[in-house]
Design a protein around this ligand. Sequence first.
Ligand code: TYM
Length: 326
Amino acid sequence: MKQRIFSGIQPSGVIHIGNYLGAIRNWINLLDKYECIFAVVDYHAITVTYKPTELQDRILEAAKTLIAAGLEPEKCTLFVQSQIPEHTELTWIFNAITPVSDLERMTQYKDKKYQNMDNINSGLLTYPLLMASDILLYKAQVVPVGDDQVQHLELVREIARRFNNRFGVTFPEPQPLLSKAQRIRGLDGNAKMSKSQNNYIALVEEEDELWNKLRVAVTDPARKRRNDPGNPCICNIFTLHSYFSSDEEIKWVEKGCKTADIGCIDCKKTLFKNVNNHMKPLREKKKELDKNQNYVRNVLENGRKRCSRQARETMEEVREKIGVFY
Ligand code: TYM
């Protein structure tokens, strides 16, 4: 029996190479080894201010980008979180067994509070409980995520333990599975790459736009002039080379930068070529899917049907264990 994987991504409007290197590329590599369930987690996305008229498009956009990136629908289940009401039902039950202090110490909550001063809603605080429900509803054992989600997963394990101790063994304690890529920094060279920071390269960025973004991306801040030797260890562009360029190119960049044989633009041109080559087939597949929305909607509907069954079973067990009459 294959172990079961669950992971999710928010329909934030754009999937960027931080998502790709930190999570999605890993998901694709796991397709044959595990039974895989992936969700577009739209209920997580409504915890920040958004336009309701745009959300449906963003959900479809996320699904299309995931399929274009390589999540073959024949090899995994892909669905939209809000289509399975049991996610929010289980979240309520986890609300009732989780101390507020556990939620308040989450670093993502603290960050989001500062980023959304005009909208610090309860959903920002209880966000990890909805994540716990996503994972535990399907009794997933393994959760491939980027390292920014590790603290949330520790809490998910704690919730599973607490529920099991109080009501009898029901849930596995899911383990995180991290990709080799650590937290990918944005084009400012500093903050985590994210849509909200507007420091991202989209996974299906058009060629011109890709170069426009790379051209002005921050490199080694101490390298002020072309003839100054640079320090690749602190340069975010060099980090990106390690994911897209060949060993020879990486050595060429490292040596050339340290000796000032090459300038930042030479280094960026090589990165541009490699990222662009990597993205080209994804962009093309995405354009095909743009013309075939019905296919994508069908994939999501099949996913909904498959997940519904499992979600119903788990909730029947949970309701019985917590003692409600249903
Ligand atoms: P989200 O939508 O922010 O990101 C999706 C995945 O991309 C990873 N990621 C990154 N990795 C490296 N560098 C970055 N700059 C970067 N930005 C994002 C994230 O770690 C994540 O794996 N809460 C989750 C979504 C979620 C979920 C779940 C995940 C909801 N329910 C259940 C796993 C299991 C989130 O906000 O991801």
